[in-house]
Design a protein around this ligand. Structure first.
Ligand code: SAM
Length: 288
């Protein structure tokens, strides 16, 4: 049932206001109303938000609140709300706090008894998941993929056996290296979806087993451009891995005592004429 009362500004409070992730048509009427009516808009980048506001003819004052000053400025904003002002929090794109500033401000507001009013709206993780074709009954948002290979592999090992869909934000500068690490840890058969430039002209949502996805992205450099989300299918028992011969598994168990799993799996694959990825996967699940 629609309840329009919640569309009215309920002063004073902190309003969490999502903004579009590309397509300006995705701003909601309620977000526009709130941005018009509040006394102040706390923004990650005031120049960036200024352009959005001028597009919609909104003249509300802005106040810089970004990762580097949030802890210190949050208190100033809490005091303003306590003094009777209404404040909207926006980030450069999408929902504030989702890989964006706002956590400290919201926490401080709640601790001070200030009302926090969340508005629903654009968010890349949910937008990507809704069209990915991957199971959406259980999923986790894992934030940005770690920037360094060691961190990425550790993270991938941590989620390797997770049965839920795991979702990461990724930068175009790292996508090639990240996919290479994913291929190494998850193997070529894991289904992964790349969702890029969502809601924009070159929106692409492509899903494939990792081995094929790596080839697909290399076919056209445009596929590595823009903003992107990676979605990984949850772990499924692999019948093929169960079928590995006992003598090969025995060799693998002996070799991993002396060698890294990857090297041991490659040697056993050669000795027993098996697929190294199946052995590596078995090793990850049973020996690590
Ligand atoms: N708060 C935002 C949200 O609600 O989605 C996310 C902000 S985070 C700093 C920016 C990252 O979100 C990008 O690097 C990209 O991974 C993802 N992203 C944002 N907009 C996107 C879009 N239009 N298409 C795909 N990914 C997007």
């Amino acid at each position: 049932m629609i309840d329009n009362k919640t569309a009215l500004l309920d002063l004073p409070a902190l309003y969490i206001v999502p903004t579009p992730i590309g397509n300006l048509g995705d701003i909601t009427q309620r977000s526009l109303d709130i941005l018009h009516q509040v006394d102040l808009i706390a923004a990650e980048d005031t120049r960036h938000t200024g352009r959005l506001l001028s597009h919609f003819g909104i003249a509300t004052k802005t106040y810089a609140l970004h990762d580097h000053n949030e802890q210190q400025k949050a208190q100033v904003l809490v005091e303003k709300v306590l003094a009777g002002e209404s404040i909207a929090l926006v980030s450069d794109a999408g929902t504030p706090l989702i890989s964006d500033p706002g956590y400290h401000l919201v926490t401080k507001c709640r601790q001070a008894g200030v009302k926090v009013v969340p508005l629903p709206g654009a968010c890349a993780v949910i937008t990507a998941l809704s069209a990915s074709g991957l199971p959406s009954d259980r999923f986790s948002f894992e934030g940005f993929f770690p920037a360094k290979s060691k961190g990425r592999k550790d993270k991938l090992l941590e989620i390797y056996k997770a049965e839920r869909t795991c979702i990461f934000y990724e930068s175009p500068h790292r996508i090639t290296d990240s996919l290479a690490d994913m291929l190494e840890v998850l193997g070529p058969d894991r289904e992964v979806v790349l969702a890029r430039e969502l809601t924009k002209t070159f929106e692409t949502i492509h899903g494939a087993p990792l081995g094929e996805l790596v080839e697909w992205i290399e076919e056209d450099s445009n596929r590595k451009r823009g903003e992107m989300v990676l979605l990984i299918h949850g772990y499924r028992e692999d019948k093929q891995a169960d079928a590995l011969p006992d003598d090969a598994l025995r060799t693998l168990k002996i070799l991993v005592q002396e060698l890294p799993l990857k090297k041991a799996a490659a040697l056993v694959a050669e000795i027993h004429n098996l697929k190294k990825n199946a052995l590596y996967k078995w090793g990850l699940e049973n020996l690590e």
